[in-house]
Design a protein around this ligand. Structure first.
Ligand code: DX5
Ligand code: ZN
Length: 241
């Protein structure tokens, strides 16, 4: 089993460039392990695992068993689990046990002490932590927790489905969040990211770019090029505002 701290270095001391995290929601569910291995071989840095409960968002996606299957198929890959669920506390243990390396949850469902307690609970399980903010939610709502987490995820679509149009107004949130982050913390963006908008996203300060349909939606031979375009030039960390 790969050394978890090695994988966690990806978050705390990443290469000086953006990280690309294909969302498996857009993968071929009939051949999920092979499709995940393909995007990793095409240059992806980690995999984004979208968990939807049909309540917080109007869609159902996958459960811990699918996460565990991806873990078996890709033993050394960093799994970034995004909980779009109304009761995130209930899913910490199942997804840690299923191989999650990071668990993020929405401030729209947990704030104040409940949010702090949940971050602490995830950390105590030995995995990385993230808080997520939806497009209509002001960036101010994540600021009380920024010093407690490893990553802040800014949604650039209203969550629930892949393949939606990018909402550029959310880029503005980096102006408030990025300056509050330490060098060992990441600013992630999720939803509608593509080679067409990735440069603008990186320049705004985002350094982990989730891309579902823009990667998994391509034929296998085209994925490496798309990942490279989304990542941008090496040696250029996301400058931020
Ligand atoms: C939406 C999910 C996103 C989505 C990304 O609720 O959180 O991760 O799957 O897919 P694309 O990149 O196709 O918008
Ligand atoms: Zn997501």
């Amino acid at each position: 089993m790969p050394d978890p701290t090695e994988k966690h270095r990806l978050i705390h001391t990443p290469p000086a460039r953006a990280l690309v995290a294909p969302s498996i929601l857009a993968a071929d569910f009939a051949d999920l392990g092979a499709d995940c291995r393909d995007v990793m071989n095409a240059g992806a840095d980690l995999l984004h695992v979208d968990i939807m409960d049909g309540h917080f968002v109007p869609n159902l996606s996958m459960g811990p068993a699918v996460c565990a299957a991806v873990r078996r198929a890709c033993p050394g890959v960093f799994l970034d689990v995004h909980l779009m669920v109304s009761e995130p506390d209930a899913y910490v243990d199942p997804f840690v046990d299923a191989g999650a390396d990071l668990i993020s949850f929405h401030v729209e469902v947990r704030e104040g002490m409940a949010c702090r307690d949940l971050i602490k609970r995830i950390r105590e399980r030995g995995v990385k932590t993230g808080v997520v903010v939806n497009p209509p939610t002001p960036a101010e709502r994540v600021m009380p927790y920024v010093d407690l987490v490893d990553l802040v995820l800014v949604m650039s679509v209203n969550p629930g489905f892949g393949g939606q149009a990018f909402i550029p107004e959310v880029l503005e949130k980096a102006r408030m969040i990025k300056p509050a982050l330490r060098a060992d913390q990441r600013l992630e963006i999720d939803g509608g990211v593509s080679p067409g908008n990735a440069e603008r996203v990186r320049e705004a300060g985002f350094d982990v770019l989730v891309a579902g349909s823009a990667v998994f939606g391509l034929p296998a031979g085209d994925r490496a090029g798309a990942i490279a375009e989304i990542r941008g030039p090496a040696g250029v960390a996301s400058p931020g505002p």
